[in-house]
Write a protein that binds this ligand. Structure first.
Ligand code: F6R
Length: 256
């Protein structure tokens, strides 16, 4: 585990983008796994800027979403595939038809979830999986209690997750109650993982995720067992973290 602590979002985004660039350029068929939400915004802005000026132009890049809502209204702007296409399509030459995401509109969403897991495997697996974290410790939509070996599947969203995501909708009752999410086992298969957390609201859960026991109650804690985990935190998100309690092999870069 490598933990980077940043004074602000710009510096976090810049380093995260360089890290992604190096990791993807090493692969002839690069596959990036991406989260939506606010946490990766500084990274996506920095990647877009590097793509715009030509320093980042991986060839044959494929991008896979971490999750997608089930049962959104047709044409809904909150769909993750749509949002990720907005972020990536303009700046990166994606191989294929754009960002790939689970089909949350499928008539059989269970089957769609299985097909998505297979699609990731057929693409050769994910080189780098970008992750945010929920205040309850979820990664993707793997809520507390998720099996640590779970694969892509249909999951129920907790009330707290729906409340946190209500900011993207007009009303809370418009927030779907289910999604298709890569599982914790799927995430752990990625060759490298990158967890980004910003803001005070993430301080306590980051402490539990990185220095607490590995437990289903804090799904992100499974990442402690990932052989190539990079964690990027701003000053607020790292404010409760006692770096002396990190696993002994952890490396900490304090850029604050
Ligand atoms: C998004 C996702 C979620 C978010 C998490 C944090 O695809 O799967 O796990 O990463 O809810 O969201 P933000 O970054 O908006 O605080």
């Amino acid at each position: 585990m490598i933990v980077h602590l940043f004074p602000n979002l710009e510096s976090l985004g810049r380093l995260a983008a360089r890290h992604i660039e190096v990791a993807l350029l090493a692969s002839p068929t690069p596959v990036l796994g991406v989260a939506t939400g606010s946490s990766p915004d500084p990274l996506y802005s920095a990647l877009a800027e590097r793509a715009r000026v030509g320093t980042f132009s991986p060839r044959r890049l494929r991008v896979f979403a971490l999750d997608e809502y089930v049962g959104l209204l047709p044409g809904s702007v909150q769909g993750y595939r749509r949002e990720l296409n907005r972020i990536f399509s303009g700046v990166l030459a994606l191989d294929g038809s754009g960002v790939e995401a689970p089909d949350g509109d499928a008539s059989d969403v269970g089957l769609a979830a299985e097909q998505y897991e297979q699609a990731i495997m057929l693409a050769g697996g994910i080189d780098v999986q970008i992750l945010g974290i929920g205040q309850n410790g979820h990664i993707g939509f793997n809520e507390p209690g998720s099996d640590l070996r779970s694969l892509t599947r249909v999951v129920d969203l907790t009330d707290s997750t729906r409340a946190a995501n209500a900011r993207f909708f007009d009303r809370i009752d418009e927030v779907p109650v289910r999604s298709i999410s890569q599982g914790l086992g799927t995430i752990m298969r990625a060759r490298a993982t990158m967890l980004i957390a910003t803001g005070l609201a993430k301080a306590e859960i980051m402490c539990a995720a990185l220095t607490g026991p590995v437990t289903e109650n804090v799904p992100a804690s499974i990442l402690q067992r990932h052989p190539r985990l990079t964690v990027l935190l701003d000053a607020e998100a790292s404010s409760a973290l006692d770096i002396r309690l990190l696993r002994s092999a952890a490396i900490v870069h304090d850029w604050r």
